[in-house]
Write a protein that binds this ligand. Structure first.
Ligand code: DHB
Ligand code: MG
Length: 224
């Protein structure tokens, strides 16, 4: 059925209009060889993040969930010389792999990997004083804390125009399972429930299909 062509179409799009530097493909290869979960963003998504950075002339990015650094490297590639990414990663092994990928890509001056629970990293940042606001935030970590991360960014580190993107909000449709006991689904539904009454942002969510199955991205912008 046409349904089964998601992968083929993703490959077609990637092969035809998403040329990737060696450092991007080798990052994916390295992450897999190192035994990381192969849950890096797909190339189509990485290029989308890259375009968001360019379209919005983004200079400062917060990422929650580094994994092996593939998405951070895509975004760094779009940043100007003085651009900066702070990316939070729980697992020190993943962070080390990310740092190696980032160094090989030549972006160690643009990407700072902070190891530890993102909640702690973010709390430390805001307790240390006023945080220089981010122009873009990409949340792609433990989904149960989606709202915690999103709210922190809104309360402490954004400005009118800041773009906030959250990965994996559809999860093969499990988003609409109101009775779900899956912490990740509960966490994502919490994000949507909060955004329903959140006046400071305008939002949408786009369903995606492709190499990683049926999922989606929540995209929003701070308006006040
Ligand atoms: C999965 C995919 C992701 O992009 C992610 O951030 C976490 C988990 C998954 O497919 O399980
Ligand atoms: Mg993800």
């Amino acid at each position: 059925a046409a349904y089964n062509k998601f992968n083929e179409v993703a490959d077609y799009i990637t092969d035809s209009i998403i040329p990737q530097e060696e450092y991007l493909t080798s990052t994916l290869r390295h992450n897999e060889q190192a035994g990381l979960d192969t849950i890096d963003v797909a190339p189509c998504d990485g290029k989308f993040l890259y375009l968001l950075v360019k379209m919005n002339k983004v200079k400062r990015i917060l990422e929650v969930g580094t994994l092996g650094g593939y998405s951070a490297i895509w975004m760094a590639k779009a940043l100007p010389e003085d651009g900066k990414i702070i990316t939070c990663e729980l697992e020190s092994e993943s962070a080390e792999i990310a740092r190696e990928n980032i160094r090989k890509a030549g972006f160690e001056n643009k990407i700072e990997v902070k190891v530890g629970a993102a909640k702690d990293t973010l709390t430390k940042m805001s307790e240390a004083g006023k945080v220089e606001p981010f122009d873009m935030v990409f949340i792609d970590a433990d989904k149960e804390n989606n709202w915690t991360y999103y709210k922190w960014a809104l309360d402490h580190a954004s400005h009118v125009g800041t773009v906030l993107v959250v990965d994996n909000v559809v999860r093969r449709g499990r988003l609409v399972d109101a009775d779900s006991t899956e912490p990740s689904i509960i966490g994502t539904r919490k994000l949507f429930a909060e955004l329903k009454r959140e006046k400071r942002v305008e939002c949408t969510a786009l369903q995606t299909v492709g190499a990683k199955g049926w999922d989606g991205l929540m995209i929003s912008m701070v308006i006040e």
